[in-house]
Ligand binder design. Structure first.
Ligand code: 5GP
Length: 121
C-alpha cells in the first residue's frame, strides 16, 4: 500500500492540525485520541511515513524500531498505566478496520478493559 501523505497523522506531524501531545522522541510522537474509547487512550506513531505494522516492521531502521517500541512503553509509564495495566492495539488493513493509514499503536488504560475482542454474533 502506498503511503498517503495527506492522512490525518501526517498532517499532525507537519503541524497542520493540533494534537494533545503526551510524549515526543526523535522518531516518535504520542498524543491523545480525539475520540477516546477508554479513560486513557493515547496513540503512538512513528514520525516516518509507514502505513502500518507490516510496512514499519519490513522497512523501518533498527533505530526507528527501538525508538518506537521504547516510546510505547514510556507512554504507558507516563500515564500511570503500568501497575494497573493497559492494552496495546495496532490495526492493519481492512479486516482490522484500520481508519488512518499511518502506523499507530493505541494505548488503552484507566479502567478494567474487558474481553480482548468483541465476540461475533
Ligand atoms: P484506527 O481505526 O485507524 O486504528 O484508529 C484511528 C484512530 O485515530 C481512531 O481512534 C480515531 O479516533 C483517531 N483519530 C482520527 N482522527 C484524529 C485526529 O484528527 N486527531 C486525533 N488525536 N485522533 C484522531
Amino acid at each position: 500500500m502506498t503511503y498517503d501523505a495527506g492522512n490525518v497523522f501526517a498532517r499532525i506531524l507537519r503541524g497542520e492540525i493540533p494534537c494533545g501531545k503526551v510524549h515526543e522522541t526523535a522518531m516518535s510522537l504520542a498524543f491523545h485520541d480525539i475520540n477516546p474509547q477508554a479513560p486513557t487512550h493515547v496513540l503512538v506513531i512513528p514520525k516516518g511515513a509507514y502505513v502500518s505494522w507490516a510496512d514499519f516492521s519490513a522497512k523501518a531502521s533498527e533505530a526507528e524500531i527501538v525508538d518506537f517500541v521504547r516510546a510505547v512503553g514510556e507512554v504507558a509509564r507516563m500515564v500511570g498505566a503500568e501497575a494497573p495495566g493497559y492494552r496495546l492495539l495496532a490495526n492493519h488493513g481492512p479486516d482490522s478496520h484500520q481508519e488512518v493509514p499511518h502506523l499507530h499503536v493505541h494505548v488503552f488504560a484507566g479502567r478494567p478493559l474487558g474481553p480482548m475482542l468483541k465476540r461475533p454474533g
